[in-house]
Write a protein that binds this ligand. Structure first.
Ligand SMILES: NC(=O)c1ccc[n+]([C@@H]2O[C@H](COP(=O)([O-])OP(=O)(O)OC[C@H]3O[C@@H](n4cnc5c(N)ncnc54)[C@H](O)[C@@H]3O)[C@@H](O)[C@H]2O)c1
Ligand SMILES: [Fe+2]
Length: 353
């Protein structure tokens, strides 16, 4: 069975494209209601905030992404929007993957009853979301074009995966990534590089994913191993293409292991992927070698010894979370992956992170 998947219908790309946000939103205001801007609070009081096309009755919510998005936070934000307006005509997510996922989740929860916990899974969402727009300020996750909003709930870290999750509009303005701290820029960029490696070396690979993955990888090499004036533009397109590549294939071992780290230690996605990738020489030898070359060239450090001193129970949980992601392992190692990635081997990998 081939998956028939939806993609984002409207994309605007270019330096200064953010200035057109007001015009893009205008037709959506015709029936009244409030626009809700879910903005990474790192921009509070910064020039970007003053450039938001805020009209009367709109709501700007600066969001805290110190922790990756939780279901509880999504429910609280949804309640805050409902208390402000009976009718939200749009939700605009401005920030990295965390802020974009919060915006997706709130747009969905405004039209679907109950708690976001109820919708963690695949195609559980029943009603179309409120019109929602992504404005990335970091490039790499592919959250701008994916059909999931990754949330940590009381029991699991699992996204709201549905066709309704996809943004209605994406605004890609490379200028907005300018202020990102270097390490964060690198870790989030490596998320994209790893999407490409895992997609291109997976058993699910097909011509569709290969076309996007190869282009994305080429762009990542230009950004992290060469010097280009427009490297921010290139990384934004790499993120988009990397996301398109995994949309029709899958990620692999590195993402599975990073989910274990994140679940037990709260490690953020980009840096967690880098830490996990660094021990995967046996699985992605060329990719890991090149990743280290990029890290050296960019002079970015990698946190070490995260799992040292962890209890047996925590190590077991990590292994369990990682090995529970069956499609990722099947993509990486084939249908008989269990013969190759035993709990003991996964544990040994974690012990080196
Ligand atoms: N939905 C998806 O398909 C998908 C895919 C991968 C990851 N994710 C999620 O994305 C999140 C990771 O996203 P991320 O790596 O983009 O980082 P992020 O959104 O978590 O932000 C990381 C840090 O960078 C700061 N920041 C962002 N843009 C900035 C800018 N321009 N200037 C200064 N600081 C800036 C933020 O305030 C934050 O401190 C995780 O929650 C992960 O689960 C989602
Ligand atoms: Fe990722």
């Amino acid at each position: 069975m081939y998956r028939n998947f939806r993609i984002v219908p409207n994309i605007i790309f270019g330096r200064g494209a953010f200035n057109q946000l007001g015009d893009i939103l205008k037709p959506k205001r015709s029936s009244g209601g409030s626009m809700v801007f879910i903005m990474d609070r790192v921009f509070s009081g910064k020039p970007l905030e003053s450039r938001l096309p805020v009209a009367e009755h709109d709501l700007v919510i600066p969001v805290n992404v110190d922790d990756e998005p939780k279901t509880k936070y999504v429910d609280a934000l949804t309640a805050q929007v409902k208390a402000h307006t009976a009718k939200a005509c749009g939700v605009i997510g401005i920030g990295g993957g965390s802020s974009m996922d919060l915006a997706k989740a709130v747009a969905l929860m405004l039209t679907n009853p109950g708690s976001s916990v109820d919708y963690q899974g695949w195609d559980l969402i029943r009603n179309p979301a409120v019109y929602h727009v992504a404005v990335p300020t970091l490039a790499g996750t592919g959250a701008e074009i994916s059909r999931t909003a990754v949330l940590t709930g009381p029991e699991k870290k699992l996204g709201l995966n549905s066709d309704y999750t996809l943004f209605d509009q994406v605004l890609l303005d490379p200028e907005l990534t300018a202020g990102a701290p270097k390490n964060q820029w690198f870790y989030t960029g490596m998320d994209c590089y790893i999407h490409d490696i895992e997609s291109l070396h997976g058993t699910y690979l097909n011509a569709f994913s290969k076309a996007y993955g190869e282009k994305s990888l080429e762009l990542c090499r230009q950004v992290f191993l060469e010097e280009h004036e427009d490297s921010a533009d290139r990384l934004m397109m790499a993120s988009y293409f990397g996301g398109m590549s995994i949309a029709y294939s899958q990620v692999g071992a590195c993402h599975a292991l990073s989910y274990g780290l994140s679940f037990v230690l709260g490690t953020h996605h980009g840096v967690g992927c880098c830490i996990a990738f660094n021990v995967l020489d046996d699985i992605y030898p060329e990719g890991v070698r090149e990743f280290r070359e990029m890290m050296t060239r960019q002079e970015v450090p990698l946190p070490q010894q995260l799992t040292r001193g962890l209890s047996d129970q925590d190590m077991d949980t990590m292994v369990k979370v990682a090995l529970g992601l069956e499609p990722l392992w099947e993509n990486c190692l084939g249908k008989d992956w269990r013969n190759h990635m035993t709990p003991a081997r996964a544990r040994e990998l974690f012990s080196r992170m």
